[in-house]
Ligand binder design. Structure first.
Ligand SMILES: [Zn+2]
Length: 580
């Protein structure tokens, strides 16, 4: 994809290690740094610089990590969240790396002949060839699927370090909060984290590398679930809960600090070390029913009472089936079968999600609908949606304007505070070959609010509901992503012991290329973070650019990788086991 010839590598190639701590936030890190609980991260900050790292909009892992590793906005890489509207349909699919259509840092470095080790960066499944090794991350169906490049690395890792874990299925412990299940969940995350570092140490010992990147996800998964126990202001906080589970998140930070210490041993003093998070984290306290709000505002219509009753029955059947499936999976079952079912779970859940969210919608009277949980809206556009009613051109624009104005006035009835921090047309946030796949209107939710498109409980007409024990049975969310992640950098010429102003997530790719002596493609949206550098270092080593034509539109992938066959298989399998 790079059009200019690779530059001559420097005599002694500069190495870079990027340590990703998904969902790390200064909010929780600061007190732990102050109390001396994170000695390795504290040392990195003292020997380098640090900042808040501003995430992508939306601040979802599926948008933020690709934005960080490609250096282009979502319109340039094509990922807009964990669900994707299937073209020509109202169905939604879970996305993966097949939909990511821009080169990542390691692709560019590989083109220059630089060897790489990439471990568990989200949205890298299915694996693609790199100049080195790639272990895929979040959204990989599981270790039964081919999840590494080169293939066969899994066997090598297993014989060297033992069982390798890509992701712990948080759903497993979502329904009930039984002590043993929660403790088991935490233990599984601990194990996964240790194994990940062991794998990276092993790979770094046995492979050549100039660039090494590894991402840990335990802060995110455990943060969603355990935030309520750490935050006395959270509506679900209890003293008993805090006494039992209140240290889970701080223990997770401590464990990750230990991993950082081990990884630092792989770096020489001339090497660059970055610690990054894809987004921050904070309390989640309310659900906001976006499609219900659209209905009340006249943008969305549900079917007539008769049709609706049928839809409700279908929906409650799907809901109870899914609930039953999850519950039954917690009962004793052959481990093999259990693992398989959990690996396929995203595909099934995705299908049921679409079915439940839109089962009752009367598309012939619907102008706009919400997708996902973060405030993304589509217009029911003629010629694009199967039953689109809004003509393109002026009517589309007028509708977007009206919807945006209404979203800006949507407030919490209790506090009177706006629910959206910002509302944009897609072209105001994104540009590039995949702009036309973006939602038509994007609202950035105040992170206290979870955008619910499925009325799990079909209860009442309230638009906003305070988190209670019974809300969102599958998700069990009490913490949510925020825009403010973390950034730490250490290396020659990088400022020491001082913080710098907020940095942008898209700037990480250009900064890594620069630190490694590589030219920066001139069309990247991200820039080199020059204010982390000593000014004389920058003067001695100015940023070099390379002309590169913006990659042209690649045929949108329609194959999710989670095939209909897989979805059918799981339904069959669940059916065969008596679950559906
Ligand atoms: Zn998350």
């Amino acid at each position: 994809m790079t059009t200019s010839p690779p530059p001559a590598p420097p005599a002694k190639p500069a190495k870079t290690i990027v340590i990703g701590l998904d969902a790390a936030t200064w909010l929780l890190m600061r007190p732990l740094l102050d109390s001396g609980d994170l000695p390795n991260l504290a040392r990195l900050m003292a020997e380098g610089t640090h900042a808040t790292l501003r995430s992508s909009i939306q601040p979802s892992s599926e948008q933020a990590w690709p934005t960080m590793t490609t250096g282009v906005n979502c319109g340039g890489h094509g990922l807009y969240g964990y669900m994707r509207r299937r073209p020509g349909s109202y169905a939604h699919d879970y996305v993966n790396a097949r939909f990511l259509r821009a080169p990542q840092i390691w692709d560019r470095l590989g083109d220059s002949g630089r060897p790489v080790i990439v471990a568990n960066v989200p949205m890298t499944y299915p694996p693609h060839p790199v100049n080195g090794v790639l272990i895929t991350g979040f959204m990989a169906p599981g270790t039964h699927s081919e999840f590494t490049y080169p293939a066969g690395l899994h066997d090598e890792l297993r014989s060297e370090i033992g069982e390798y874990v890509i992701n712990v299925d948080i759903e497993r412990g979502a329904l009930d909060r039984q002590e043993a299940n929660l403790a088991d969940l935490v233990a599984q995350f601990r194990y996964m984290t240790e194994q990940r570092t062991a794998a990276v140490e092993y790979l770094a010992r046995t492979r050549p590398w100039d660039f090494l990147m590894v991402v840990y996800v335990s802060l995110d998964r455990l943060g969603h679930k355990f935030w309520r126990y750490t935050d006395p202001s959270h509506p679900l906080y209890t003293r008993e809960g805090a006494a039992r589970w209140g240290s889970v998140l701080s223990d997770t930070y401590r464990q990750l600090d230990g991993q950082v210490g081990r990884l630092l041993k792989l770096a020489g003093q001339d090497d660059t070390v970055l610690v990054v998070s894809d987004h921050g984290f904070g309390p989640l306290t309310h659900a906001v029913y976006l499609n219900r709000w659209l209905e009340q505002q006249g943008y969305l219509a549900f079917q007539s009472p008769d049709q609706r009753a049928l839809g409700d029955r279908l929906r409650s059947f799907a809901t109870s089936s899914l609930r039953k499936a999850v519950q039954r999976l917690q009962s004793p079952l052959v481990t093999e079968a259990k693992q398989w079912v959990f690996q396929q779970f995203p595909a099934l859940r995705g299908q049921l999600h679409s079915a439940m969210a839109y089962a009752n919608v009367d598309w012939s009277r619907t102008q706009a609908y919400a997708v996902g949980t973060m405030g993304n809206f589509y217009i029911n556009l003629q010629g694009r949606e199967p039953q689109g009613i809004v003509p393109p051109g002026a009517p589309y624009e007028a509708l977007r304007d009206r919807l945006m104005a209404d979203l800006r006035t949507l407030c919490d009835p209790e506090s009177g505070a706006p629910i959206f921090e910002g509302v944009w047309r897609r072209e105001e946030l994104y540009h590039g070959p995949y702009l036309d796949e973006a939602p038509d209107v994007i609202g950035l939710l105040d992170p206290h609010y979870h955008g619910a498109v499925v009325d799990w409980r079909s209860a009442g007409n309230a638009i906003v509901e305070r988190m209670g024990e019974e809300l969102l049975f599958l998700a069990d969310l009490s913490g949510q992503h925020t825009m403010d992640g973390i950034f730490i950098a250490r290396g020659p010429g990088i400022k020491r012991g001082v913080g710098v102003e907020t940095q942008q997530i898209a700037d990480v790719a250009a900064t890594v290329l620069y630190r490694m002596g590589e030219p920066v493609p001139d069309h990247l949206d991200g820039r080199v973070m020059t204010d982390i550098l000593e000014s004389d270092w920058l003067a001695d080593q100015p940023v070099r650019f390379t002309e590169e034509s913006r990659p042209s539109d690649q045929t949108p992938a329609n194959d999710t990788g989670y095939s209909d066959r897989e979805a059918e298989l799981i339904e069959e399998r669940l059916g065969g086991l008596g679950y559906l």
